[in-house]
Design a protein around this ligand. Structure first.
Ligand code: 0WD
Length: 276
């Protein structure tokens, strides 16, 4: 059971540190026997990614900024030069929003440029990456991206990132429809809040963590390795009929209304004269 991804080669974009969701995903995928290709967007991450690769059966490491068309155009041929002629899956764990767009709580203040760059890196990049790798994705491949509940509900300061996540989730469904004819599946995981570099850029994120811990049915925070386990399942043949789906891995937080009732108050109300 441990090696149920044996023989699969998975491309992972979005490891920035050991706290990254994609790091937890890579740990689990390696444990399940997958061969990993790790990408990093800028030279400053090269050394770190090479160190991580040593931990995971000497995974392949390469540079890829998903907003750089020339790098995308050369990606499949670059992989072929490394003797990687086919892929079984992609993990897209990437998002970016300029700090100013998260600073206030008024989305109308987000500039055209910031709006566009957020949508480009956080949503369009999935399609750009898929297109770049499509020629080597085999029938039965699986693609997994990462989203957050701020797509469905208003989360303070999440602003344009919430809009980008809503677009990403819709995009998952359209992409699943388009790639289904080639037996390629596309899904996303909606993770609970996790303390990572990207999350640290959202003002008030500590409050979000506290809220999640105290309100989630499991009364704890989601771990990156738990996102990894769900990702491993979606990448595996066990999920062969699942596509276009958004799966929550958030300790149940998404289904809680947020309405708080003081239990003493509740008793008081019950003792009032009954409604007739
Ligand atoms: O609470 C959280 N942390 C949640 C995150 C809850 C639910 C979902 N997510 C999502 C994020 O929105 C994102 O889509 O999970 C995904 C991964 O986020 P993360 O693990 O929280 O963040 P982080 O460790 O910062 O990794 C994101 C990485 C970038 O990190 P930095 O910190 O350098 O911005 O995305 C990569 C980069 O490594 N990235 C890019 N990769 C290629 N090309 C690019 C780019 N242009 N831009 C960012």
């Amino acid at each position: 059971m441990q090696d149920f991804l044996q023989g699969k080669t998975i491309f992972i974009a979005g490891i920035a540190s050991t706290r990254s969701i994609a790091y937890g995903v890579a740990e689990i995928l390696n444990q399940c026997g997958a061969r990993l290709i790790l990408s990093y967007p800028s030279d400053k991450l090269e050394k770190r990614l090479n160190e991580y690769a040593q931990l995971w059966n000497n995974s392949v490491v390469l540079k890829l900024d998903v907003n750089d068309d020339s790098q995308l155009q050369n990606l499949a041929s670059h992989l072929k030069q490394l003797n990687i002629n086919t892929l079984d899956g992609i993990v897209h764990s990437i998002a970016f929003a300029p700090a100013e767009s998260l600073a206030s709580d008024d989305i109308s203040l987000t500039s055209r440029q910031d709006f566009q760059s957020t949508l480009e890196t956080s949503c369009f990049s999935l399609n750009a990456l898929v297109l770049a790798l499509r020629s080597i994705l085999i029938s039965g491949s699986s693609i997994v991206s990462m989203t957050y509940e701020g797509s469905q509900k208003v989360v303070p300061h999440y602003n344009v990132m919430g809009v980008a996540k809503a677009a990403l989730e819709s995009n998952i469904r359209y992409l699943a429809s388009a790639l289904g004819r080639d037996q390629i599946r596309v899904n996303a995981i909606s993770a609970g809040p996790i303390k990572t570099l990207a999350a640290a850029g959202v003002p008030g994120f500590r409050k979000m963590l506290h809220h999640a811990e105290s309100h989630a049915p499991l009364h704890r925070l989601t771990q990156t390795r738990e996102v990894g386990q769900a990702t491993a399942f979606l990448l595996s043949d066990w999920a062969s009929a699942i596509t276009g789906e958004i799966i929550h891995v958030d300790c149940g937080l998404h289904m809680i209304s947020g309405i708080e009732i003081d239990s003493n108050q509740q008793v008081k109300n019950i003792n009032k004269k009954p409604l007739t």
